[in-house]
Design a protein around this ligand. Sequence first.
Ligand SMILES: C[S@@+](CC[C@H](N)C(=O)[O-])C[C@H]1O[C@@H](n2cnc3c(N)ncnc32)[C@H](O)[C@@H]1O
Length: 406
Amino acid sequence: MVRYARRSPGGLGNGTPWRHNGHDTGALRVTGLFAGIGGLELGLHRAGHKTQLLCEIDPLARRVLERRFPEVDLHDDVRNLHSLPRGTDLLVAGFPCQDLSQAGTTRGIRGSRSGLISEVFRLAETSDPRWLLLENVPFMLSLDRGQAMRFLTSRLRASGYNWAYRVVDTRAFGLPHRRRRVIILASRSDDPRDVLLSEDAGPGDNASSTLPTAFGFYWTEGNRGLGWAVDAVPTLKGGSGIGIPSPPAIWMRDGSIVTPDIRDAERLQGFPTDWTRPYLRVAGASRGGRWKLVGNAVSVPVAKWVGQRLLSPIAYNGTADEAAKGHKWPTAAWDMGSGIFRSDASEWPKRFKWHPLGSFLKHDATPLSHRAASGFFRRVSASRLSLADGFLDAIAAHVSQSTPED
Ligand SMILES: C[S@@+](CC[C@H](N)C(=O)[O-])C[C@H]1O[C@@H](n2cnc3c(N)ncnc32)[C@H](O)[C@@H]1O
């Protein structure tokens, strides 16, 4: 079980725990790097933690943070952030994953540790927070044939951190949004497995015995894949195959092909409706820009769950876990100082009541444009993809019924 004894001054950690009305609530003081629109921090707030500082370089995202976290200090570039606020217990960072590739590959060649991930380590070294929480795309597990992940985990170990990671799917929290993300938790003093790995609802899927209400896919794809999701949208993304952030499409049960409203996209990430509305007041704001912010964010309920488990960890029994072998990184693993072990923890720590996609959407959806549907139809017809019964016919019908744009 995690030890939650208060550390003495001068020991690991750096200050007294967060207090509410004079009582130690166990809540943590958070610094959020690469904060985007604050998905991680909002979830942690909802669990009872408190953010002291947010760091985000994009002025458009910062506009949202300013409005949504008015009481929190805001900094722009992590590279010129000299230290964390005094008393930071939890340093969170959803850093860009390409940066890890850069750090991983340059390490051997020039011994350079340049890159944004090294900024996270620099700040952790100077301020010694009790917890380090990192988030990234599952692609990081296979990036550079596993080398990027080796770089990250050996860097954590070299700095004396115990770590655990787990791929977690947003669908586990009842949202019709298939979104898998790697959550890494590290600490020099506590057992991260008790937070991340002990709770498990077993391997899951939303494809229940009931008939799906809708299917999500990416109209920007269609050559080698579709991002197909049953009764859910595929991962909302900050970018797309055609270079601009775009909404996914949804094939509804009534045969219509639509794209969801941005406010439903916010809800599909667990944000309140219109969370990113402040962005619209920034000069030059585009429709795509708001999609990018939402697509880059961490799903709020996932962050809330981590926050709750940080407050009340559950003892993890890893005695049956086997040493990880080979180059392939599993979907969950840990290292407590005696090597890397594979965990059987599934991507579904919870199984919240399912909200079918068709009835989840609250705002008027827009029919997929004629141009988008025709381009998708051409690509998918020429591909070798195997498609659900009736799907191609539905696209063809949509193309013939929709009006070409000027
Ligand atoms: C994947 S997003 C993080 C999303 C965020 N965790 C959320 O829940 O909304 C990565 C963020 O890092 C920001 N970023 C990139 N370089 C940065 C830098 N040098 N300093 C601060 N933020 C940076 C990007 O603008 C982007 O918003």
